[in-house]
Design a protein around this ligand. Structure first.
Ligand code: ZN
Length: 258
């Protein structure tokens, strides 16, 4: 073996290497990652979304911030600690790839995409996000609620569980009345859990004025009128299963002992 042989580089990241290192495509575009951060209502997902946007922007990366649902006139991500950021609304028929292409057409660059309320994405839209990661090297961060009031996965959340590279539960300070982590958003009328009905309503009623309620626009008028009587309560699995809303509600329910 000569000194010359020893000089031949075998570092895969060397430009002379024929094989690209893991995670780098042959055309040089690094693979993006698709990540889903999920948790119950009011667990701080939107705050985390805005923090991630801030961190990336500070490093000079440029991103798109999308939200699937927003009842305010101007689409935005609103965190319950009072921070907001303008966002682009993703409609029912929106092809998310088009939003990135439009940015490119304007000469912009897209390093990352952040999607809030991602549980409301369609299955096809999640597929589009995966394509953005694989084919265009875009890092995609989705934030949303995993399960509806029946404890069933939302369509967007289900597809994200199937496709995401990384799943991260967000469990910040949301506890059931018993002290266990709150994992389920119970729909409540009076002192009873409602387990049937339209599945698309996820209203944040944890008395936060800054985190707006989210209501599917296609909900029937009759159903809309019923919304006023509904509230949501975060419960652990056991108390969700039992329909036990805790001592505060028991007081109100004294006449209904069964
Ligand atoms: Zn509990």
């Amino acid at each position: 073996m000569t000194a010359l042989d020893d000089a031949v580089p075998d570092d895969p990241t060397d430009a002379l290497s024929a094989a690209p290192p893991a995670g780098v495509r042959r055309n040089g575009t690094p693979l993006g990652r698709l990540k889903f951060c999920y948790g119950p209502m009011d667990c701080g997902k939107s705050t985390l979304a805005l923090q991630i946007d801030h961190n990336h922007a500070r490093q000079g990366r440029r991103g798109l911030v999308l939200v699937r649902h927003d009842r305010s006139g101007t689409p935005q991500i609103t965190s319950r600690i009072g921070i907001t950021r303008r966002a682009t609304e993703v409609g029912t028929g929106t092809d998310v790839r088009d939003l990135v292409r439009e940015q490119w057409a304007r000469g912009g660059h897209v390093d990352y995409v952040i999607v809030d309320e991602a549980q409301f994405l369609s299955s096809a839209q999640v597929d589009q996000l995966a394509e953005l990661a694989d084919e265009m090297g875009v890092d995609v961060y989705c934030f949303g609620i995993a399960t509806d009031f029946r404890s069933r996965l939302f369509p967007g959340a289900a597809r994200l569980f199937e496709l995401a590279d990384e799943l991260q539960p967000v469990q910040v300070e949301v506890l059931c009345w018993c002290g266990l982590p709150g994992r389920f958003n119970a729909r409540v009328r009076g002192d009873e859990i409602i387990r049937e009905g339209d599945t698309v309503v996820v209203a944040d009623t944890l008395s936060s004025e800054t985190e707006h309620s989210v209501v599917e626009s296609s909900a029937s008028a009759r159903f809309q009128s019923e919304l006023a009587t509904l509230r949501y309560q975060v419960l652990c699995r056991r108390h969700f299963r039992l329909g036990d809303l805790g001592p505060a509600t028991a007081q109100h329910g004294q006449l209904r002992l069964s």
